[in-house]
Design a protein around this ligand. Structure first.
Ligand code: NAP
Ligand code: ZN
Length: 367
């Protein structure tokens, strides 16, 4: 059994974990650059609790609150200039995948002279600032991955920074911060985590340890899908379970990467403005049908772990959670042409041809 596993992030979970473990922050320096989106971190308590912890440890901080969903290369470069000017020793990200991913890019760009091309192709950099991640969606799992996914306007898609140096040093998981997530964001982000677990389970680069975590993540998500579909308000315990499951799914893709679903999903986000999780979710059932032709037993294991009866039941559940969209024939063709060039296609087994991608997109979205 050949595999390697590397995860340098210290994961700290539980209510009030930032405050209780605040002494760790001092290991990273005396000046922090805090990155958040526009509003949510101040509303969900994570900003107040983090700044209180930093101040209690004698750490100065500057707040950058302009990260937008699906941050772009241009945006992270501008943020990095501010981080540099602030003299920050480390970066703190509070938010969903967007602030966490933006913070990873800033950790590289603020520490050295790195071009966009180097940022997206190099695995090693001379210097990277340490990073603290506090996820407030459940989620992307970015708190435990070496990836930063950035909107690349030059290529009209999303591109990756992939470096072990951007794994967060600390990930603080406090489910209280996710309590007020609106239904639509909860659903889209849970489906993103589900997609990571399922794709990571099926990926060419899947490892045994990752497959075990993937099934556990799917099992946990499966216990909460019915409440989500019925639009019940989730309890703190359910929120904590989702945050834990999304972290597990993040560990899965940190080792295995994602597959064709993410490759196709990027166009739905770039051109149609769909949330990342919704973009993946709407493709998942059709992807399962495609993979099932060669790997029926494994697809059955995933469906069973989610406590669903069939791929059709799974597709219906996703439609209830996420809604529906349609694409024109031109869009289907264009998105298949872009997706076939994505690196994650090679990580898909069986490997789809452009025609396969076209068929999947068409079956999902054709008018
Ligand atoms: P997001 O883009 O970070 O946030 C979406 C929305 O949710 C924002 O409007 C945000 O508001 C709001 N929000 C965040 N936390 C909230 C809370 N606790 N309560 C209420 N609202 C809250 O969403 P995301 O789905 O977590 O992240 C998506 C990004 O992650 C994409 O760019 C995707 O490509 C990337 N991603 C990365 C990885 C990885 O491994 N690095 C994996 C999957 C996806 P504010 O703007 O006000 O904060
Ligand atoms: Zn994702």
């Amino acid at each position: 059994m050949k595999f390697t596993f590397y995860l340098p992030t210290r994961i700290i979970s539980g209510a009030h974990c930032v405050w209780e473990h605040r002494a760790l922050l001092k290991e990273l320096g005396t000046r922090a650059f805090i990155m958040t989106g526009k509003k949510s971190a101040e509303k969900n308590g994570s900003f107040a609790e983090m700044t209180e912890a930093l101040s209690a440890e004698g750490i100065e901080w500057v707040h950058f609150n302009a990260v937008t969903p699906n941050p772009s290369l241009t945006e992270v470069r501008a943020a990095a200039e501010e981080a540099k000017a602030s003299g920050a020793d480390f970066i703190v990200a509070l938010g969903g995948g967007s602030p966490m991913d933006a913070a990873k890019a800033v950790a590289v760009l603020a520490a050295g002279d790195v071009s966009d091309q180097q940022l997206l192709s190099q695995r090693k950099f001379e210097r990277v600032l340490p990073l603290v991640a506090v996820p407030t969606t459940a989620g992307t799992g970015s708190e435990v991955t070496p990836y930063s996914i950035l909107t690349n306007d030059a290529l009209q898609t999303k591109s990756f920074l992939n470096s072990e140096q951007v794994y967060p040093r600390f990930a603080f998981l406090d489910g209280r911060y996710t309590m007020e997530l609106p239904q639509a964001i909860t659903a889209a982000t849970v489906v993103d985590a589900l997609s990571h677990a399922a794709e990571g389970y099926l990926a060419v680069r899947a490892i045994p340890l990752g497959r075990t975590l993937a099934l556990e993540s799917l099992r946990l998500i499966g216990t909460i899908l019915p409440a989500l579909a019925e639009k019940h308000a989730l309890t703190l315990e359910q929120r904590e379970t989702l945050l834990y499951a999304s972290m597990l799914a993040g560990i899965v893709i940190s080792q295995s990467g994602t597959t064709a679903v993410h490759a196709m999903g990027y166009s739905l986000t770039y051109f149609k403005g769909l949330d990342h999780g919704m973009a993946n979710g709407l493709l998942l059932a059709e992807y399962f049908r495609f993979i099932q032709q060669n790997r029926a037993e494994e697809i059955q294991q995933i469906v069973d772990a989610l406590r669903l009866q069939s791929i059709d039941a799974f597709g219906n559940m996703l439609e209830t959670l996420l809604g529906k969209i349609t694409l024109t024939a031109e869009e289907v063709e264009r998105f298949a042409s872009i997706a076939i060039n994505a690196g994650n296609i090679l990580n898909t087994n069986p490997q789809p041809s452009k025609e396969d991608l076209h068929n999947m997109l068409s079956n999902c979205f054709a008018k």
